[in-house]
Design a protein around this ligand. Sequence first.
Ligand SMILES: [Zn+2]
Length: 410
Amino acid sequence: MPADALKCKECSTTYPLEARYVCERCFGPLEVAYAAPAGAADELRRRIQAGPHTLWRYADFLPLEGPPRSALPTGWTPLVKADRLAERLGLRELWIKNETANPTHSFKDRVVSVALARAIELGFETVACASTGNLANAVSAHSAAAGLPSYVFIPSDLEQEKILATGAYGTNIVAIRGNYDAVNRLCTEVAGERPSWAFVNVNVRPYYAEGSKTLAYETAEQLGWELPDRVVAPIASGSLFTKVARGFQDFIDAGLVSGQVPVMCGAQAEGCSPVAQAFAAGTEVCRPVKPDTIAKSLAIGNPADGPYAVELANRTSGSIESVTDDEIRAGIRLLAETTGIFTETAGGVTTAVLAKLAAAGKIDPAERVVAYITGDGLKTLDAVRDAANVTEIAPSVDEFDAAFAAAGVS
Ligand SMILES: [Zn+2]
């Protein structure tokens, strides 16, 4: 399905497939428009199945002249059947899409893979981004793999784990004394002054955003070319949330799956919930907020795709919920203890919202539910600092027996 043009989401004006992201006529955001896929669904399915075990197996649905010749392998992450968590929540069929299995342990590897490949096609030689942490991690790693210099802009109060893991790749870390929204504004200005830099989520954002569609493609293929009934996914800018739905729609349009786009449920942290607040208020207008939450990777107070996320939740009879920091910590524990998957705070948000929906009876137990766990727990260790159950003893059997007198003795 070759990309045709960039198209304004508001007024449908089209532009060539260049590094641009704002409509000159109405200032609306641009996205990639595609022609209908050529050939029969069977043939397309065979081509996908013969592809690599990375997101490039879906090259027919990505906005590139061709898949990159070499790239850090990304995607094709496990879709894990979570029976113990399902039982705990009173659900019958629950799957976890485990994005911690990507090269830098978050779903951001997907969007960066696509943005970087397109940036190289367009001739850029320096890569940059505005990040809440995971994106900086992914940009620095994928740029290193491609042999390109990179600059990552982050809020200076980010988790140490994310800063250190990003620094290892030899990138230039620019820490801004301000929140993500200030970082993003600065990057928009810097991008204007340095047209030879590809800011993955600014001037090449239309391509970047397409990478999230591969989450839906993989989910459908891993379910045996079927769709989930309901999806729970986190919302920061709203890009992942809306593009996952778009990915399912692409597969429906191509005849690869039958049915309709799943019920789309969005998850936010209460301390940064402009989209959940708009949903609750019955409006698509997301009033900007000042973030205050442990879920820093979701801490975008002025979400670019917020209105589209609200529209999508309404259109699919879904919802957008928020949870407190304590519920987020409990969500991390719940997921880890029932599935063996350790997630960062964003995954705690998703799991806590899933639990909240189930407890409120908003999920029919017969539904097939997929939850997107977008990042690894090693990125936000502070959130589980109180969870470790450590008993210190001398290296002596007596002390061990004294400490664990009741455990395992028959
Ligand atoms: Zn427009």
